[in-house]
Design a binder for this molecule. Structure first.
Ligand code: ATP
Length: 384
């Protein structure tokens, strides 16, 4: 590890990893992480995100490709010579050293100056100044993780790599630590590359998220962009919940695509289709459950003109406080999910009730119908 005041983007060019000559964990990948970005690699277990991180750290040799920091090719440098540091889920603190000495360790080993001042600043940054004399076992999981972050940041790496750093914490603490990490990153302005399988964590922390699947980046973008405009079924299902409806294209023109699904006519903006409808004229129409509204059949006339709509029957209703989640059976298929905010609940909306589901056509997106409609469903999100 060296101090560096240089800046520069982190660039991966054609980087890949094949184990044992046959199994490819990471397919050739080109990725640029702008200097100072909070970048997340998101994906299910085994998708290759840790392998990618380890290649950046120098803990794994890439089979092909290069790792560049600014203009400098660091591919062949050992980990300790890269201006990069890693925080692991396991913290890896020295149990016999105090918080202060854990953070000071790297500086002392390098014979750096102003150790007391720098450690003090770093402990202030992670808000552990009062606990400097404690040993790791006298700290909570969240506090230990903050020591690990302070220890990794003390040498001013240009890139901080975080490998499921909050994975060992319970849900509430994890949410708190997410806010902490975001604050720390904003304060230090260093590039953070954060690996997680938790889509909420990735979306709340990162400016840019790369969704990985099977050793490839399926889609990369700002969280809202990925959520609103998924380009694949995997991304649509892995990031939140999507209703995906197979449909036949009736017409495409004037910026609008018209489809029918089991006799129901739906419209969507052409600009929100990931691919032009295929030769067979099929498309998957996607709608997020919270974008849909629900009225009892007797109120069908209240649905404004121009909305996409279909009639169905409530198969199940689950009250979860902030909203009620309905499953609707209809000609479009079983189990269309609709989330309705609990503002004025209609007591008639119970299982068995006939309803009209409707939404703004602008809120639909179109995906290539050749894909597996359930891709990303089984593994989505964090079960906790
Ligand atoms: P997790 O969230 O479970 O850590 P991940 O997305 O980080 O998953 P990786 O650890 O990058 O996944 O592993 C990607 C694939 O490469 C997995 O199928 C894994 O079994 C395989 N793999 C990882 N390390 C090795 C190794 N040393 N030898 C052979 N295969 C490996």
């Amino acid at each position: 590890m060296t101090d560096s005041t240089e800046s520069g983007d982190l660039r991966l060019t054609g980087i890949s990893k094949t184990y044992g000559g046959s199994f490819t964990a990471v397919h050739p990948l080109d990725l640029t992480v702008p200097h100072g970005a909070f970048f997340a690699l998101l994906g299910a277990s085994g998708c290759g995100k840790t392998t990618t991180l380890r290649m950046i750290a120098g803990l794994e040799d890439p089979t092909t490709g290069s790792v560049l920091l600014g203009d400098r090719d660091v591919t062949r440098l050992p980990p300790y010579k890269r201006p990069v540091n890693t925080v692991f889920q396991s913290y890896a603190l020295f149990p016999h050293l105090s918080v202060y000495e854990n953070v000071a360790f790297g500086l002392r080993r390098r014979g750096a100056a102003r150790v007391r001042e720098r450690v003090g600043d770093m402990l202030d940054l992670v808000q552990l100044g009062d606990l400097a004399a404690r040993r790791p076992h006298q700290l909570s999981g969240g506090q230990q993780q903050r020591v690990a972050v302070a220890r990794a940041l003390i040498n001013h790496p240009r890139v901080l790599l975080l490998d499921e750093p909050l994975g060992a914490l319970d849900l509430k603490l994890r949410r708190q630590m997410q806010l902490e990490l975001k604050r720390i990153q904003t304060e230090v302005g260093i590039t953070f590359v954060h690996v997680t399988h938790d889509q909420e964590e990735a979306m709340s922390l990162a400016d840019t998220v790369a969704v990985m699947n099977g050793g490839r980046v399926e889609q990369l973008g700002a969280p809202a962009e990925l959520y609103e405009n998924p380009r694949t079924t995997f991304v649509a299902n892995f990031l939140g919940t999507s209703n995906l409806i197979g449909a036949d294209v009736v017409s495409a023109g004037g910026g609008e695509v018209v489809v029918t699904a089991s006799g129901v006519r739906l419209r969507l903006p052409a600009g929100r289709c990931a691919t032009a409808p295929g030769a067979d004229g099929r498309l998957l129409v996607g709608i997020r459950p919270e974008k849909m509204s629900l009225v009892h059949r007797d109120e069908a006339d209240s649905v404004p003109a121009g909305r996409n709509r279909f009639t169905g029957t409530i198969a199940a209703a689950g009250f979860i406080g902030v909203s009620t989640q309905y499953l609707i059976d209809s000609p479009l298929g079983p189990g269309v999910e609709v989330y309705v905010q609990n503002i004025e609940r209609d007591p008639r909306l119970t299982p068995g009730a006939e309803v009209v589901v409707h939404w703004n056509p602008e809120h639909s997106f179109g995906l290539d119908a050749a894909q597996d409609i359930n891709s990303g469903v089984e593994t989505a999100g964090d079960p906790s």
